[in-house]
Design a protein around this ligand. Structure first.
Ligand SMILES: O=C(O)c1cc(=O)[nH]c(=O)n1[C@@H]1O[C@H](COP(=O)(O)O)[C@@H](O)[C@H]1O
Length: 276
């Protein structure tokens, strides 16, 4: 899905919500345990309940890798179940020497080899241009580079002062020479509300993937204050607050209610910004 198509989806759904599909077997409702693959059934019901309210799904691969062979199969089947007009992000946070990154790119983008072809993958920038390049070789796919993350440890490296500014600013400045805003997004945590003005100066046209609302307490209003651009430019992710809105038999219904409440807030924001 290209940038224009993504913005069209946002306008038509009046939403820039990305639902995080991060299932943990111990947390899913007990009545699903009778299914052959309870986690897949959980994901399917969450997708059915939210697909008209969000523009993206982001399975974090850790939640699938931790379940071994069955988990990888669940990831493939979950990707296959997501409707074609919804943006898919493999939150895998990969990046390695070039030939290894090329294998990671195949793992998430090359359906003929891996049975999955996500629209985007999250990538750690630490190993530099040649570690990111193989993902960018897939011209119709997106790389989402970690810039300023939502966790407390973001200050350990990302805020370090370099002669040219903070390290995360350098990540944005240098990587924006590798690809344009048609192929490159950045991860910026919703918990970093005050930094959005600065980030928009460095990356005015790029979409930002913003995790951290919901369970991590980030504010949608603060993010949008400076984060919105003329094509919306934001995909705001929420996982636990939606998928575990209830742990009972009504989990899908409650997930839908939670997604509706975020979507309504997003609709108001898009209206106020005259984007819809
Ligand atoms: O790349 C990410 O998506 C990510 C970056 C970041 O800075 N913070 C962050 O929480 N995430 C991911 O976003 C999701 C957040 O989930 P919830 O906190 O449950 O909404 C998880 O899959 C995290 O791994």
């Amino acid at each position: 899905m290209n940038k224009k198509q993504l913005f069209e989806q946002i306008k038509s759904k009046k939403s820039f919500l990305c639902v995080g599909l991060d299932p943990v077997l111990e947390n899913i409702p007990k009545h699903l345990l009778k299914y052959e693959n309870p986690v897949l059934e959980f994901n399917k019901q969450i997708i059915d309940a939210t697909k008209d309210l969000c523009v993206a799904y982001k399975p974090n691969t850790a939640f699938y890798e931790s379940m071994g062979l069955k988990g990888w199969e669940t990831l493939i089947k979950t990707w296959q179940y997501i409707p074609n007009d919804i943006f898919t992000i493999a939150d895998a946070k990969r990046g390695d020497i070039g030939n290894t990154s090329a294998m990671y790119a195949d793992a998430f983008f090359n359906e003929a080899k891996s049975e999955m072809s996500f629209d985007a993958i999250t990538v750690a920038p630490y190993m530099g241009k040649d570690s990111v390049g193989p993902f960018l070789e897939y011209k119709d796919k997106w790389v989402i580079l970690l810039a300023l993350t939502s966790n407390a440890g973001h200050s350990d490296f990302q805020l370090h002062e370099t002669p040219d500014g903070k390290l995360y600013e350098e990540v944005i400045r240098i990587s924006s020479q590798w690809a344009g805003s048609e192929q490159l997004m950045y991860v910026v945590g919703a918990t970093r509300g005050s930094e959005f003005e600065n980030i928009r100066r460095l990356a005015p046209d790029n979409f930002l993937l913003v995790p951290g609302i919901g369970a991590q307490g980030g504010s949608l209003a603060d993010v949008c204050n400076y984060g919105l651009n003329k094509e919306c430019g934001l995909l705001v992710n929420s996982a636990r607050a939606i998928i575990y809105a209830s742990k009972g038999e009504d989990f899908a219904e409650k997930a839908r209610e939670e997604a509706i409440s975020v979507q309504k807030e997003m609709e108001q924001i898009l209206l106020s910004a005259k984007l819809i």
